[in-house]
Design a protein around this ligand. Structure first.
Ligand code: FAD
Length: 342
């Protein structure tokens, strides 16, 4: 059981900034995210795009904003459960909560802050009748730790940046990399397409197009895939492999959060914005893109503001009756949890 003060669902910009604001008030945070990396939409949807409306930064790449937020909050030593989706919320008799992920990891906290953005990013899965049987037994929809593929035979399917980039990366680690795409043209960055072609010419990547994986082989774990190729006449053949990784993109879904008993309006969680961004369940807050209230704007800077007010309210719940005096960081400095002062 992972214990913390504020359990944050979603490690996008709002969730990451909440860690910093909570840290200033000496509250510990733990974040859960369905994605294998922090940054939310910034890292998943537009890492290389410049953002122009972050106060104090005339221009900043979305990826760099995530790096800066990680740097800013690291002194408060947040915990992370990445690559897992928060599935259930249980309120205990003492008013605290247990949140369990789809992988069974349990988290216990007096405060839950939902910073879930558009919802959890769920992988688009290929239509192969027995695919669910092989999930986590050789079929993975996202790459959490590339080392898992060292000296293994890997088949990647997809035509976007993710499929291209991981094929390139794994060509140095895996024993064999095969990239399969249903068209001859790729959607990803031109540089990456050229690099894959170069690696194919050097015999480091097998490129199979236009083709798709139509079956998975193996008594229990994956031992191979069935590929249907359709250049001139359709033909089917098998490729031996240890891992099949379909990278067909991710689509956001409110998913399990919709069943937590929260008041939902147009796919977003209603909050009390006059006060503290608390939901209809006392102790559960919703901040950033996931919430709605009159006048709501889905902007990063609004998420930062909401995170700040949420932390003030959470402090009062965790420390009932304790008076809090707002201090400027310019005056107070920052005391990390290890006692170091900046
Ligand atoms: P998100 O960034 O969406 O992060 C939420 C995280 O929660 C996700 O990582 C998701 O996986 C996770 N999650 C959700 N549910 C669960 C669950 N059940 N379990 C585990 N994890 C879960 N905003 C600006 O201010 N300026 C801009 O210039 C700008 N440009 C944009 C350009 C594009 C192309 C896009 C798509 C958006 C842009 N935005 C911009 C919007 C901005 O990205 C969002 O406002 C911001 O990302 C919201 O942050 P968030 O932390 O609230 O949510």
């Amino acid at each position: 059981m992972i214990k913390t003060d504020i359990l944050i669902i979603g490690a996008g910009p709002t969730g990451l900034f909440a860690v910093f604001e909570a840290g200033l008030l000496k509250m510990k945070c733990h974040l859960i995210d369905a994605l294998p990396q922090p940054g939310g939409q910034c890292s998943e949807l537009y890492p290389k795009k410049p953002i122009y409306d972050i106060p104090g930064f005339p221009e900043i790449l979305a990826d760099d904003l995530t790096k800066n937020l990680m740097e800013q909050c690291k002194q408060f030593e947040p915990g992370f459960t990445l690559g897992e989706r928060a599935d259930t919320l249980e309120k205990l008799e003492d008013g605290t909560f247990i949140v369990t992920t789809n992988k069974g990891t349990k988290h216990h906290a007096p405060i839950v802050a939902i910073a879930g953005g558009l919802g959890s990013f769920e992988p688009r899965k290929p239509i192969i009748h027995n695919i669910s049987h092989y999930e986590d037994k050789g079929v993975e929809y996202m790459i959490k730790d590339p080392e898992v593929y060292r000296d293994k035979k890997v088949v990647i399917a997809g035509g976007g940046d993710s499929a291209l980039d991981w094929s390139i990366y794994l060509s140095d680690i895996a024993k064999e990399v095969t990239l399969i795409h249903r068209r001859n043209e790729f959607r990803g960055a031109l540089d990456s397409v050229d690099k894959v072609q170069e690696l194919k010419d050097r015999g480091k990547i097998n490129l199979v197009t236009p083709a798709e994986v139509v079956g998975i082989l193996g008594p229990d774990e994956v031992t191979g895939v069935v590929v249907k190729q359709s250049e001139h006449i359709e033909k089917e053949f098998e490729i031996e492999c240890d891992h099949f990784i379909p990278l067909f993109g991710l689509s956001p879904k409110l998913g399990p959060l919709a069943k937590w008993g929260l008041e939902i309006e147009k796919n977003a969680i209603k909050v009390n914005n006059a006060l503290d961004y608390q939901t209809n369940i006392p102790g559960v807050f919703a901040i950033g893109d996931i919430n709605t209230y009159p006048g709501k704007l889905k902007l990063i800077l609004c998420g930062f503001h909401e995170a700040t007010l949420m932390c003030q309210a959470a402090y009062q719940i965790i420390n009932p009756g304790k008076r809090y005096v707002l201090k400027y960081t310019t005056v107070s400095g920052i005391d990390g949890f290890d006692g170091t002062r900046k």
